[in-house]
Design a protein around this ligand. Structure first.
Ligand SMILES: *[C@@H]1O[C@H](CO)[C@@H](O)[C@H](O)[C@H]1NC(C)=O
Ligand SMILES: *[C@@H]1O[C@H](CO)[C@@H](O)[C@H](O)[C@H]1NC(C)=O
Ligand SMILES: *[C@@H]1O[C@H](CO)[C@@H](O)[C@H](O)[C@H]1NC(C)=O
Length: 309
């Protein structure tokens, strides 16, 4: 009797799943890849590339994409609150180069699959402060300022390329055409390089306490990664610079300069996971955080206006 009842329940569950009642986009978080064209999938990444370009260029130079080639933004509004950071010469050179690299990425994407207007991006100290408060679980005083010094800027940068990296890892297996696969692979290469550089610079200062909070750099990275895992809702795919041995490479180390799975392979994320994270809302249908009006392109807009897709 019990077995029959259990079987029946499983059957009903499967039926519900099949009809989208349980995993439908509006009801519960989905960790499955989205159905979309190659072009839409590549264009989705443009949202993150715009954010990185603006954060790096403005952080290093005090001016962003519009100062380099305003046609790339296709009339989208300039970002909110980004400014020149107080960087030491080495960090300045690195971030300036990363900024130019993002311009190249934007050009490559636009030339291959076409672009869309730059979405409104909130890079204000207040937005980063909110994110950092959420990560540590209380209100940091004074509030966290990403532009105050190199260390703060690198911690703020820790938030960004990694999301692009796992997005590309998630996108590539589902692409159909050689041209788009090749583009995504080439974007992934540089994106993961940027992430590695930022993480290495932070790792060098891992035991340092971030002034004036008395929280070490390592701890901050762990808090941020944990927050991203919570927002994305699909398990551990994001690890800070210091982990328990069971999450370290081959279970033999607690250093975690690169974030990777039990086989030391990169984690992958889907567009909804990424939107939940960068919106800071844990909901791909509720914009906020870095994209107060939502990200652009068919994939991101489909979660905001499902009937239009
Ligand atoms: C800006 O980018 C567009 C698109 O790649 C290109 O056609 C144009 O020549 C660029 N303009 C400048 C001033 O570099
Ligand atoms: C490391 O530990 C995890 C869980 O504790 C286990 O699943 C995994 O197989 C271990 N990896 C190796 C290489 O032993
Ligand atoms: C996500 O937000 C949408 C729009 O506000 C809402 O309808 C939906 O219930 C939310 N989903 C979850 C899982 O909270």
């Amino acid at each position: 009797m019990a077995i029959i009842s259990l079987t029946f329940h499983i059957f009903v569950f499967l039926l519900a799943m099949e009809s989208g009642l349980i995993w439908g986009t509006n009801t519960s978080p989905c960790c499955e890849p989205v159905e979309a064209t190659d072009n839409d999938k590549i264009q989705f990444a443009l949202n993150l590339e715009f954010m990185e370009a603006e954060f790096f260029l403005r952080g290093a130079l005090g001016e962003g994409l519009d100062a380099i080639n305003s046609s790339l933004a296709e009339g989208g509004p300039p970002p909110i609150g980004a400014r020149k950071a107080n960087l030491d010469p080495l960090t300045h050179r690195i971030i300036e180069e990363f900024g130019y690299q993002e311009v190249g990425h934007i050009r490559a994407i636009i030339n291959t699959v076409g672009g869309f207007p730059r979405p409104l991006i909130d890079l204000s100290p207040q937005n980063f402060a909110k994110l950092f408060n959420k990560a540590v679980g209380f209100t940091l005083k004074p509030s966290f300022d990403p532009y105050a010094n190199s260390l703060n800027y690198l911690l703020a940068s820790y938030v960004i390329p990694y999301v692009g990296l796992v997005g590309y890892v998630g996108t590539i297996p589902g692409l159909t055409y050689y041209t788009t696969r090749r583009l995504a692979a080439s974007l992934l290469g540089v994106e993961s390089g940027q992430d590695a550089v930022i993480r290495t610079l932070l790792y060098e200062r891992g035991k340092e306490e971030v002034y004036p909070y008395g929280i070490t750099v390592e701890k901050f990275t762990n808090y941020i990664s944990t927050l991203r895992n919570e927002l994305a809702m699909c398990g551990i795919k994001d690890e800070g610079l210091r982990v328990p041995k069971k999450l370290g490479a081959e279970n033999r180390t607690t250093s975690n300069i690169l974030s990777a799975d039990a086989y030391s392979l990169s984690y992958a994320r889907t567009p909804p996971e990424i939107l939940r994270t960068v919106y800071g809302t844990g909901n791909e249908s509720r914009p906020g955080g870095f994209y107060p009006h939502g990200a652009n392109g068919n994939i991101a807009r489909s979660f905001l206006f499902p009937d239009k897709y």
